[in-house]
Design a protein around this ligand. Structure first.
Ligand SMILES: [Zn+2]
Length: 168
């Protein structure tokens, strides 16, 4: 990234030197036109640079074994990506809560499965509650038969309550 920034600076210096040379031989209106062209050129290069950095950041994120799971698992035919990430853009959630939700989505929470399979610790990978299934985020949030009796039911009721008040 530093190398790209240096190249960008060098290009801008070359463009400025060319503009100065042109200025020595042209009239005032030509200088203004050259300045407009220079401004447009710099804006284009800046946009290209930002797009390039964003694309590389996205590639690095998707390339990570754990952190790229969510984008890999989203089927764009079934999931509205824009709506799914809208809660992140709205800024209604505290930063701490937001980071916990994102960590859970990326399977980056210290579950037994994570400790056993990823960190290679000598712990049981099975769920601490039911002891039947692998303790993954997916299992904890929607697949554990022990949690289904209480926590999932309470969550369901809270969502229904929220929907009821929203509709009213
Ligand atoms: Zn379980």
């Amino acid at each position: 990234m530093m190398m790209m920034m240096m190249m960008m600076m060098m290009m801008m210096i070359i463009i400025i030197i060319q503009a100065v040379r042109t200025h020595q031989h042209n009239t005032d209106s030509a200088v203004l036109q050259a300045a407009r062209c220079l401004k447009t050129e710099i804006q284009k290069e800046t946009r290209k640079m930002k797009d390039s950095i964003a694309e590389k950041t996205k590639e690095r994120w998707h390339g990570k074994r754990m952190h790229g799971q969510l984008p890999h698992n989203l089927d764009e035919k079934l999931v509205d990506i824009e709506q799914s990430y809208r809660w992140l853009k709205s800024g209604d959630t505290k930063g701490e809560t937001e980071s916990k939700i994102v960590a859970a989505q990326e399977e980056a929470i210290s579950t037994n499965y994570f400790k056993n399979k990823i960190l290679k610790e000598e712990t049981e990978s099975k769920c601490r509650l039911c002891k039947q299934h692998e303790e993954t985020i997916g299992h904890l949030t929607s697949g554990c038969p022990i949690s289904a009796k209480n926590e999932y039911l309470m969550r369901h009721d809270k969502v229904c309550t929220h929907l009821h008040y929203s509709i009213c």
